[in-house]
Design a protein around this ligand. Structure first.
Ligand code: GRF
Length: 205
């Protein structure tokens, strides 16, 4: 069986990208990274890809007159590299219809909260702390045109501790993200994920 070909979209630090690379290199994830797309030229994600000999391209929003044209450029690259599954691993832009429709049901995202709580922004950990919840966590979900609202594949709860700061809480959530995202990709690669309406059924996992 051919390995699932991943297209990873990352914007910055790229620690989730690194977690995927590590799992693949360890032999525990039957997938390969066909392409990394980064929307910021100086991002550490690009260095990580280069270090592991992974093809990466920079596609910046500002180089295209419209968001639609920007997304078409990304879709062209993903298709040219035979990408089966698009993984948003710390991608800081909301995807529009050009991208979401081109890869319908084949785009996943990692979000640092237990959705539907604290969705729709880039400050989910700070929002959880400020709200005062005792438990937060992370979610891997399919991407639809509605932000952070697609069918949920996996979630992991993380307690909020009395002395937590945004930094300590974020770090504890991030450690779980690094396990959850590769695990979701593994389930998809093994054909164990079925979308049934709003729900995702996990087969024999
Ligand atoms: C992660 O917390 C992820 O959940 C969020 O952005 C952060 C990206 O971190 N979407 P990294 O770039 O993977 O290190």
């Amino acid at each position: 069986m051919s390995r699932l070909r991943l297209g990873i979209l990352a914007s910055g630090r790229g620690s989730n990208l690194q977690a995927i690379i590590d799992e693949i290199e360890r032999g525990s994830l039957p997938a390969e990274i066909a392409l990394v797309i980064c929307n910021h030229p100086g991002a550490m994600a690009l260095e990580r890809a280069a270090k592991h000999g992974i093809k990466a391209v920079v596609i910046e929003r500002k180089c295209y007159p419209t968001k639609a044209e920007y997304e078409v450029a990304m879709v062209e690259q993903l298709r040219a590299h035979g990408v089966d599954l698009v993984v948003l691993a710390g991608f800081d832009r909301v995807l529009g219809p050009e991208m979401v429709r081109a890869y319908a049901g084949r785009i996943i995202n990692i979000h640092p909260s237990l959705l539907p709580a604290f969705g729709g922004g880039l400050h989910a950990q700070a929002d959880a702390l400020e709200y005062g919840v005792k438990v937060t966590g992370c979610t891997v979900h399919f991407v639809t045109e509605e932000v952070d609202a697609g069918p949920i594949i996996l979630q992991k709860a993380v307690p909020v501790l009395e002395d937590d700061t945004v930094e300590t809480l974020s770090a504890r959530i991030l450690a779980e993200e690094h396990k959850l995202l590769p695990e979701a990709i593994r389930l998809i690669a093994e054909g164990k994920v079925r979308i049934e309406g709003r729900r995702v059924r996990l087969l024999d996992s």
